[in-house]
Design a protein around this ligand. Structure first.
Ligand SMILES: Nc1ncnc2c1ncn2[C@@H]1O[C@H](COP(=O)(O)OP(=O)(O)OP(=O)(O)O)[C@@H](O)[C@H]1O
Length: 372
């Protein structure tokens, strides 16, 4: 009986995530299976994506599968916006280069993405090239925005930056992946973001007209019926290579799978390329040059000092954490260091039994660090 059901509908039951399907953003990601068992392959390079559907339909599950693939790509820098205080995306913090959890941080993050986009566009012009070809030295920048509607209502200025990225981000490989329940005008803000979405995953919706809202006007009449999807994770996909309605189901990546996958790839994430870093640097430079100190410390001396200060800040933050626990995001803010550094330091302190992980992305100091 079970064999027959599996044969007829390979996703009658949840389909366990088989692990990352790609190592480069130039390869199509595999997000799940169609009803006939064929994999859902989606090229993501130079594309913006929308994951939409009603609450509980499986958007976050879909975003997790996508992140599982992107975390394994060494030619992708991941940034993310999660205004639910990082609840959804924090488990991926060790693979996310920059995570915004407040409206102000979201606005700053998207403004910086536009700076990068412009810097890359200038670089392409100088080189006489049309598009940014991602590589580990020149990675694509992908910005995942969970609950896009909250961004529109809480950080309306951020929407202008998102709009700019949606319209101009393809050539310089700066792309958006947005998740939202109903991408109505109110939810998306007054911008062209929805119209710019090249890949749309539509999970279960409440009413047929929500299908048109997500997939495009006239799609329900043309046979796309996301209101009939009947289990979490089931979706219809519309993209240049998927233009007929075929029901599919995302793989299921459970919490433990996220933890293991994030930990596995955290150490191999690429750094922001020089072109983008310099564009950000130029944007933050003070207009007037700062007075030079009489004796300038050597770069190495300055670096050692910075690391020492960061280590002290890390220890203090762990010792003073409320409820005896602190998040990776707090530690990044307290130390001013990159995520990878914080993560590595926590691993080292963990081996030395000075800290322990109490929950995903949350750490606490053990007595040794409290009373050195
Ligand atoms: N592919 C899948 N197969 C089986 N179960 C799934 C799948 N995707 C999601 N689920 C289950 O469905 C539930 C809801 O999924 P999820 O949180 O992804 O929904 P959502 O659309 O993001 O909801 P919300 O908008 O409320 O955040 C989860 O408990 C999850 O385990």
């Amino acid at each position: 009986m079970r064999t027959k059901r599996t044969f007829l509908a390979p996703h009658a039951d949840a389909i366990a995530w088989p692990g990352p399907s790609i190592t480069s953003i130039t390869q199509p990601a595999k997000l799940g299976l169609f009803e006939d068992g064929a994999p859902v392959r989606v090229p993501l390079l130079r594309r913006h994506g929308l994951f939409a559907g009603m609450s509980g339909a499986g958007k976050s599950g879909g975003v997790n599968v996508l992140l599982g693939d992107l975390a394994a790509c060494q030619d992708v820098i991941l940034w993310a916006v999660d205004l639910k205080r990082g609840m959804e995306l924090m488990p991926w913090a060790s693979c996310i280069d920059r995570l915004a959890t407040t409206p102000q941080e979201a606005e700053n993050l998207l403004a910086d993405a536009v700076v990068i986009l412009d810097g890359r566009a200038d670089d392409l012009t100088r080189r006489g090239e049309r598009v940014w070809e991602p590589s580990p030295d020149r990675p694509a920048l992908i910005i995942v925005i969970d609950e896009y509607a909250e961004l529109a209502s809480e950080a309306p200025r951020a929407i202008d930056y998102a709009d700019s990225i949606a319209r101009r981000g393809r050539a310089p490989a700066v792309n958006l992946i947005a998740a939202t329940q109903r991408p109505s005008k109110d939810a998306m803000g007054k911008s062209a973001v929805r119209a710019q979405m090249d890949v749309r995953l539509c999970f279960r919706v409440r009413e047929p007209r929500d299908g048109d809202l997500i997939l495009g006007q006239g799609m329900v009449k043309a046979g796309w019926h996301p209101h009939k999807l009947d289990a979490p994770g089931r979706f219809l996909i519309s993209s240049p290579e998927h233009d007929i309605p075929r029901r599919a189901r995302t793989y299921l990546l459970d919490d433990e799978g996220v933890q293991v996958t994030a930990a596995r790839h955290a150490e191999h994430r690429p750094s922001l390329d020089a072109v983008s870093a310099q564009a950000l640097q130029r944007a933050t430079e003070a207009p007037a040059p700062l007075p030079q100190p009489a004796v300038r410390p050597s770069p190495r001396h300055a670096r050692d000092n910075a690391v020492r200060e960061a280590e002290e800040a890390l220890t203090t933050a762990l010792r003073q954490a409320p409820d005896d626990r602190t998040s990776i995001g707090d530690l990044i803010r307290a130390t001013g260091m990159r995520r990878t550094w914080v993560y590595q330091r926590l691993q080292e302190l963990g081996h030395a039994r000075q800290v322990e992980q109490v929950a995903r992305g949350r750490w606490r100091a053990l007595p040794e660090i409290h009373d050195p």
